[in-house]
Design a protein around this ligand. Sequence first.
Ligand code: NAD
Length: 513
Amino acid sequence: HHGIGQVLQELGVDAINAAYSTGLQWGGTSNERILSISSPTDGKLIGKVRVATAADYEQVVTTAQEAFKTWRLVPAPKRGEIVRQIGNKLREYKEPLGKLVSYEMGKILQEGLGEVQEMIDICDFAVGLSRQLHGYTMHSERPAHRMYEQYHPLGVVGIISAFNFPVAVWSWNAMLAAVCGDVSIWKPSEKTPLVAVAVQHIIKDVLRENELPEGIFSVIVGDAEIGSLLSADERVPLVSATGSTRMGKKVGAVVGARLGKALLELGGNNAIIITPHADLDMAIRAVLFGAVGTAGQRCTTTRRLIVHADVYDDVKQRLLSAYPKLPIGHPLQEGNLVGPLIDTDAVQSFTKALAAVQAEGGTLLTGGEVLSGPGYETGTYVQPALVEAKNEYHTVQEETFAPILYLIKYEGTVENAIELQNGVRQGLSSSIFSLNMRETEAFLAHTGSDCGIANVNIGTSGAEIGGAFGGEKETGGGRESGSDAWRVYMRRQTNTINYSTQLPLAQGIKFDI
Ligand code: NAD
């Protein structure tokens, strides 16, 4: 079916009976808890994987710690060379890996392949970065003194990832960590462990060919329990966690209690503002991709549309005519643009949110059905919903990880729209469509959007890896991927060197006895 059997074989994930993998080897486990992974696309069983135990976890951490001792001695540009080889391996396996991402997670094939391309791109980025891990040099206040700072590797980095970007998020973290001299332990989502197994199989050859130790990259399969072990572990100086705000509050508290570093990439409640000065053709295309792309399961999915009263009816009509035409179906079938939700629990959250928002006074304009019949037997396919609502509704304030777009009307100036856009607890992505420079600059000013990402005439989703990615408020404050996001994967050290014959104290203090 869709050649998945062959894909699994090509990726080396046809026979899975081990709980975890360190860098090169699948480890065994006595655990009888098994995750059976079925595709949300057709309900068929893809594979089974055992859940790691606490003892397995111990072994992975000690293997990683050992590997760190070797890896940190490899010069950074040479570490970059290993990442370059990983990027090339991913190029070789782009087709089957992209297909498996699509089949296990449910995103359309183009997006599955796009996700692997993002992994390749971040490898390239990290290779360049491996020669640019720089600090500043400052002038000392004391004569014949030099002061500068260096960035040193941190150690073991824990990576907890979400189901919706099941492989890209790992690469954003692991490839940067690798050039920084860190080793990483990946705990993938328990909803999508097979792609993680596949990635491990792909990169293990690179480690082997370069005679590098086991444990530079490790995968450990498990759910929140294994995630909590990572969060609580003092041997893991940095935990990078991507997922819901609910999860982030727990992980952040546990890591914080031991004063470790947490990099949190949590939920969004992203809005597009459409002003009377918008290019509406562009805006509608951005809204459609942002709201229904990946079936509304992106952290940057457009969830709220804040539209000026003057263009509101026009925007509403255009969306009303587009929504019923969306091609919904098997994501590996060409032409389909909307795949399934990850599971029937997600479908329940979708229908519950729609009922709740209507009880609060919202109007369901179109969509909202759970699809049934041929091709939709899994009960995971839904018709994306368009709802007229108010920003202050409880339902609108929450992130429902499904394709629901709330249409919100504003009047008067762009400041009113910005106030609505900022009037939620999350702060990931935001966007304005306007050709009026006063409006767009107001949106980008410090009094404008309060999000980590603010776009003009581009939608909320589809960030480039070159920029720092992340958000404010309940989105967690973390930044990953481009710009100087690498700094969080290293520890900063300030060094002062005295090459004089005196020992002058700072602030001119005299301390002679
Ligand atoms: P989730 O929170 O259910 O799970 C994410 C990961 O956290 C999983 O690996 C899970 O096992 C682990 N986990 C759960 N509870 C834990 C705990 N107490 N301790 C340690 N680990 C724990 O999220 P999901 O349903 O997989 O993904 C969807 C969510 O992720 C959405 O809220 C979405 O916005 C968010 N997300 C954010 C970003 C971002 O970069 N900001 C990117 C992708 C997804």
